[in-house]
Design a protein around this ligand. Structure first.
Ligand code: FPP
Length: 238
């Protein structure tokens, strides 16, 4: 166990992929894979806590996922409520601050209410920030930032020539959260799927064939070791 936080590893972001395939391999309905995903989420929070990591962002539901069959979408929304209600006491006890990124207003009233209560209850916690990306799309986030910036230009608060990269970063959903140091994707797929497009400019990518419901603590530790072995130059020289 690492006793203090690593400066080079503040933020881990994970694309939790492979739930459906995990279920199919077992002759189960796809939704059983989403249910099995809970244990891996639990483990990711544990590992981040023990490593002193400040931010863990989980891609739980994308803007594109709304096009899935209605029954699957409804199931994921119910699972979200169940996850919040079933884990909030423990998360709070562990000093975890629950947050979200994405168009939360798209989430149905029930799970959104559960989330809002949990966010409020854990808002003063100072440990891990557990950020659930819900109805999240990287392009939607940049589009929303552009709208806010355009409104500031129209109102005269901002001049077009003053728009910098920092202006864009500062108008994203959570401007205080540092860019992810590493983005992990499970299940063997090697793409970003509209996740954190702006913030991933210098992120390291770790791809693993392990399906998300099998991605337990040891698998995450292995992915973090792979990240630690990388040399990051941010476009400069060593
Ligand atoms: C990807 O697997 C998974 C999703 C799109 C949904 C993720 C949802 C959860 C982990 C559960 C709900 C979230 C919380 C926070 C409780 P897939 O279905 O695309 O798998 P496949 O590629 O094998 O079909």
């Amino acid at each position: 166990m690492r006793s203090e936080a690593e400066p080079a590893l503040k933020h881990i972001a994970i694309i939790m992929d492979g739930n459906g395939r995990w279920a199919r391999k077992r002759g189960l309905a796809r939704i059983k894979g989403h249910t099995a995903a809970e244990k891996s989420i639990h483990d990711a929070v544990e590992v981040c806590g023990e490593a002193g990591i400040k931010y863990l962002t989980l891609y739980a539901f994308s803007t594109e996922n709304w096009s899935r069959p209605r029954a699957e979408v409804n199931f994921i929304m119910k699972l979200l409520s169940r996850f919040i209600k079933g884990n909030i006491d423990e998360l709070h006890r562990k000093n975890v601050r629950l947050r979200t990124t994405g168009r939360l207003y798209d989430i149905p009233d029930g799970p959104r209410g559960d989330l809002e209560k949990a966010i409020q209850r854990t808002s003063a916690n100072t440990g891990l920030n557990l950020v659930l990306a819900l109805s999240y799309g990287g392009r939607a986030e940049i589009r929303d930032a552009v709208t806010i910036i355009a409104e500031k230009v129209v109102s005269g608060e901002l001049s077009p020539s003053d728009i910098s990269e920092e202006t864009i970063s500062n108008n994203l959903y959570n401007p205080d959260i540092p860019d992810p140091d590493v983005i992990i994707r499970t299940s063997g797929e090697q793409r970003l799927s509209n996740f954190l497009l702006w913030q991933s400019a210098y992120s390291e990518f770790v791809f693993t064939p392990v399906l998300w419901p099998d991605f337990h603590a040891e698998e995450l530790r292995n992915s973090l070791e792979e990240f630690r072995a990388r040399k990051r130059r941010f476009g400069g020289l060593e």
